[in-house]
Design a protein around this ligand. Structure first.
Ligand code: G3I
Length: 362
């Protein structure tokens, strides 16, 4: 099964979705020996399990690198492929850090999800300050052609457009430089550019909070329906899943939300899963047990949907999480958050066990 699915991911994206469904993903586990890692357990049902990897930590933290290499099979560069680090100045590309992450993945037979091509954050000033549609279209075309083109054939999926919608009521397209100058269809253009540059990559719209914000979920469904009606080459929707030990979402509400897109024939994934425990009362061991149950609940939802093809945690060990940046605490609650599967020293947490059991259908 594993080999067959690996080949599948090399198919052109347009034939992949029917293939994934035809192989009955999500229910059948191989008759091979019981998988021992999230990588093996996910691959047993034709999925991928991975993490956001940061080139600086791959270099400086041997525990982090060793766990990534042996326990995971899907890599999302946490920073290295964004517009700011890859094209800080117009037409001047720096792929060194991104090449390091892609090279690590290749060395350990891991697949890669590119992240992210068009986002209002981590955008170089020279882009944010462009004044005409023609200039921005030229910049976006060159950026996507160069970045996607460089890794064509080595990337399973791309987060093409990241977080396009607001968290307001109603949820609308953010007033970014892309929307201001190119209108709603900047999204259509970005997806078409990415598809032209790598026809075999699966192309995702990646969004935050759609697992917990009904308004935003409906706005995302409407956006995706418009893209599909316009024959835009979109293949899936990423649910970031930056959550806490408290609901929302429940497992049931997440399953319903995922199904809104898979019912449209799209793939889904959990793209940035972390479960924060900071800012919640209770002693740490108890909170980590609750966290383990939360990981089990949410990972099981993906494992039970044949069109949910991957789960990515936003980091590897608790030594390095964006949530432990104090500037996040007004939103995330007082840290430290201990949000991931392994302690900083690389020992497993209840979150690891909960994740593995969920992937095994236990
Ligand atoms: O590496 C440079 C360093 O060379 C430079 O000296 C320093 C000074 O600014 O910046 C360093 O880069 C930082 C980078 O993380 C390093 O990993 C950037 O400033 C910092 O903004 C960047 O933050 C990342 C953030 O996205 C913005 O891109 C976080 O690591 C990353 O976890 C976070 O991830 C986002 C997803 O992409 C989208 N969904 C939300 C998620 C959390 O915010």
């Amino acid at each position: 099964m594993h080999l067959v699915i690996r080949k599948a991911f090399r198919r052109s994206a347009s034939t992949l979705v029917p293939f994934l469904v035809a192989t009955g993903l999500g229910g059948c586990v191989d008759t091979a020996p019981t998988p021992k890692t999230p990588r093996e357990a996910a691959e047993a049902t034709g999925r991928m399990f991975g993490a956001a990897l940061n080139s600086a930590y791959l270099e400086s933290d041997a525990v982090y690198a060793q766990l990534a290499a042996t326990e995971l099979d899907y890599v999302t560069p946490e920073w290295e492929m964004k517009w700011e680090p890859t094209e800080t100045s117009p037409g001047v590309f720096n792929f060194g850090p991104a090449d390091a992450v892609v090279g690590f993945a290749a060395q350990h037979e891991m697949r890669v999800k590119g992240h992210t091509l068009v986002w209002h954050y981590s955008l170089p000033t020279w882009v944010a300050q462009l004044a005409t549609a023609a200039e921005l279209r030229a910049a976006m075309t060159s950026h996507i052609q160069n970045v996607v083109g460089r890794y064509a054939g080595r990337i399973t999926a791309w987060d093409v457009v990241n977080e396009p919608l607001t968290d307001t009521t109603p949820s609308t397209l953010r007033d970014t430089v892309f929307h201001k100058l190119l209108g709603d269809t900047y999204i259509d253009e970005a997806f078409q550019l990415a598809h032209n540059a790598d026809p075999n990559a699966l192309l995702f719209l990646n969004e935050a909070n759609i697992e917990a914000n009904a308004e935003k979920l409906e706005a995302t469904v409407a956006l995706v329906q418009r893209l599909l009606a316009a024959n835009v080459p979109i293949h899936g929707v990423g649910f970031e899943m930056h959550v806490s030990t408290e609901v929302p979402p429940t497992g049931a509400s997440l399953a319903t939300a995922l199904k809104r897109f898979t019912d449209l024939g799209l793939l889904v994934n959990l793209s940035e899963l972390d479960v924060r425990v900071g800012g919640v009362d209770g002693d740490l061991p108890t909170k980590l047990k609750v966290q383990g149950r939360r990981y089990h609940e949410l990972v099981a939802v993906c494992a039970q949907n044949p069109m949910c093809i991957s789960i990515t945690t936003w980091g590897v060990t608790d030594a390095h999480s964006w949530l432990d940046d104090p500037s996040m605490w007004s939103w995330a609650g007082q840290g430290p958050h201990y949000p991931l599967l392994w302690n900083a020293d690389g020992t497993k947490k209840p979150a690891y066990d909960g994740t593995l059991q969920a992937l095994l259908g236990q």
